[in-house]
Design a protein around this ligand. Structure first.
Ligand code: TXA
Ligand code: MG
Length: 324
């Protein structure tokens, strides 16, 4: 199959309507979308990604009206759930709800729950709105690989397996949506993302789920997001010394002001953010990991970033990338 990168939204709608898969931009990462109500179309997502069938997908709404058709609200937590939806939708935010009959089992991997998101990306919103059917869309990478933040990344991952990649440039946030479940008046964060714990805690108590325990859904296993090059976390680049003949790449938190020294000690250097901004760091994280991974290095060392706000979500990804 020939894979095309284009900006043709009408072609995307047509392919989706006839049960094909299409890679689409969202504000977080590129997704591989199919009509969520068509089990055969959804099966093509699993095939293209080589994703195990036991790993459930996120369903993206065409509009808020669709919410009540595909999911039920937790009775006691209805108000809190609606408040979260009102505040963070459309946006980089996913809520686990109990699923209604209409959602095929292949989408939820047989779970009684469904992950629901409502994307704010103008291109995604236009396509799903035009289709007027919910779209199942996981990140558009092969299973276990790093999520794509450009159309070219998707091409590198899925070339020959899908017909179309809709290009809208680099994604804004660069990391996947925050996933929450509301239980007994509390917000359980299943995956950290652009909506930070600090923002959620304005609504209710937030209970985090430790990385190693996060196996309630298989895609949240510790070793997801792994580059093929071993990755180690360090506090400061200055304190790291490579072994003789070892080619090491540095993923720095911010520019050290001592670029010549870094250039001498590392085979390659990428600064997540020159000014030390977490938003900028998140947006570039997966791209830099891909770039460093492509260099055939012996090791990537990544500096820890401050673990508050978006930094907690970045640290989650880095910790998982270091666990292989
Ligand atoms: O930003 C995002 O969320 C991107 C864009 C494309 O929307 N999508 C994304 O999907 O990251 P994916 O499939 O790569 O990650 C979804 C995660 C998986 O770890 C999956 O196991 C979990 O959500 N998940 C899906 N349904 C679930 C459910 N019913 N209960 C618990 N976890 C669920
Ligand atoms: Mg993924």
């Amino acid at each position: 199959m020939k894979t095309v990168i284009s900006t043709d939204r009408a072609a995307a709608v047509e392919l989706l309507r006839k049960g094909d898969v299409v890679a689409l931009p969202t504000e977080t990462v590129y997704g591989l979308a199919a009509d969520a109500l068509n089990p055969i179309a959804v099966a093509k997502i699993f095939e293209a990604k080589e994703r195990p069938r036991f790993d459930p997908l996120i369903v993206h709404l065409p509009s808020r009206e669709w919410l009540g058709r595909i999911a039920n609200f937790p009775a006691g937590d209805r108000r809190l759930t609606l408040n979260l939806a009102d505040k963070f939708w459309p946006g980089p935010f996913t809520i686990i709800l109990s699923k209604r009959e209409m959602v095929p089992d292949i989408v939820t991997a047989g779970l009684p729950t469904v992950a629901v998101r409502f994307s704010a990306h103008p291109v995604f919103a236009e396509i799903v709105g035009e289709l007027d059917e919910p779209l199942a869309a996981p990140s558009a990478n092969r299973f276990g690989h790093i999520s794509p933040t450009t159309a070219q990344h998707v091409m590198d991952e899925l070339q020959g397996r899908i017909p179309l990649i809709v290009d809208a440039g680099r994604t804004e946030h660069g990391i996947e949506s925050t996933i929450v479940a509301v239980r007994d008046g509390r917000i359980a964060v299943l995956r950290r993302g652009p909506v930070a714990d600090e923002q959620l805690s304005e609504f209710a108590d937030v209970v985090g789920v430790a990385v190693t325990q996060r196996i309630s859904a298989p895609g949240q296993m510790p070793s997801h997001y792994a580059p093929t090059t071993p990755l180690r976390l360090i506090d400061k680049a200055e304190e790291f010394f490579a072994q003789k003949n070892q080619r090491v790449g540095l993923l720095a938190w911010k520019s050290s002001g001592n670029a010549p020294a870094s250039a001498e000690r590392f085979a390659a250097v990428r600064n997540l953010s020159d000014r030390g901004e977490l938003r900028e760091a998140a947006a570039g994280l997966f791209r830099y990991l891909r770039e460093l991974d492509a260099l055939g290095l012996d090791l990537i060392v990544a500096e820890r970033v401050p673990a508050y706000g978006l930094g907690a979500a970045i640290m989650d990804r880095l910790e998982r990338a270091s666990q292989r």
